[in-house]
Design a protein around this ligand. Sequence first.
Ligand code: MG
Length: 452
Amino acid sequence: MKPTLEALLGRRSFIKQAGMAAAGASALGFATQADAEAALGQVNTSSKPSDLKITDVRVAQLVDAPMRVPLIRIDTNQGLTGWGEVRDGGSPTYALMLKSRLVGENPCNVDKVFRGIKQFGFHARQAGGVCGIEMACWDLAGKAFGVPVYQMLGGQFRDRVRLYADTTQSPDGTEAGRRLKERMDRGITYLKVDFGIELIRDIPEALSVPIGQTVRERSRTMHPFTGVEITDKGIELLEEYVGKIRDVIGMEIPLSSDHFGHIGVNSCIKLARAMEKWNLAWMEDMVPWQFGTLMKMIKDETTVPILTGEDIYLKEDFVKLIDMGAVDAIHPDLASAGGILETKKIGDYAMEHGVPMAMHFAGSPFSFMANVHCASATENFIALEHHSLDVPWWNDLVTPHPEIVDGFAVAPDRPGLGVEANPEVIKEHIEGEYFAPTPEWDHERSWDRLWS
Ligand SMILES: [Mg+2]
């Protein structure tokens, strides 16, 4: 008999033997003996959480979701399985290289495990491995103790999480508006559109561009260094484009925006000012997040909310941007920011400074559920991105399906993240083997200490 079960049964027999069942249940905080029995039944008796150990880390490469996502599976010595994922587009190596550092650890010690591997994460996709492992550990801890992840974060501020969504792009503003209206018809209550210099690059006199600069060269150069500026004509064209969208969707629904192109900071200011009449919910990553001073220049010159964060790893750089007044709102991607707990800490810091938090997300239902639990438990949350509304099999990757009602995701009461893999469907949409063994990563070693 497992020690945990013995302990539970021991406590039950003590209560009964004393002939004080009701009083005993009451002393434990339960109204009736039946309630006490039911609550004790929530503990997974096949698992003793203090003895839970990681035994394996494997990946499967999901494709066309519509993004590529390395799914992570953590196995344990007690038959519990934890699910996570490397951020979309990231390498599975980011997770697999951690295997030898994780086997033998108790995944319930989520914070301790994360601090042990934190040094192997960095900004954007390079944080994908450590964040994916963190979400899988929360899944395991929740399953071992029989509670949903949001409960371990301190409980809920909301049980339904607002989603926001964009669509495929169209060069025609009216068509872009029609596609967004379809999202509204499906219940989505908060929208996003991408518009920028790629819409006007072939129109004469809309842009100033260094002669001979290619699109590829521009995409690899950070905004302040491309030498690209938008002309007054270009600003007018983009203003008309968003106006046509507003003609279709109306002025009331929040419309956020992204992907303006790699343009100079003064063009950013001109563009933002032109957009004020369209009441955008935010303009995102107008300059790279590393340039907080430039971001603050834009923010100080316009009434359109300025936002960044999807490529920032850990709280420290969010703190810098918030403290210097460079952002109206933040936008962490949980799979880059440091996982579930770090994202909540980021949200809580922003909350103290009156800064709201939207959440960037593109991935599978595993990371989606990690986001839903975090959003449920973080007070200043506004809306969570959903990038796969047009992928018909996306919900079928897991059982039960993520519950989405009227544009809101419901935070499930089930233990852990609240979903399990659906192998048949996942196997139809992966490249390579389904969670193949990874013995080649068993002995990856280095002297990891960061101090002497
Ligand atoms: Mg973005």
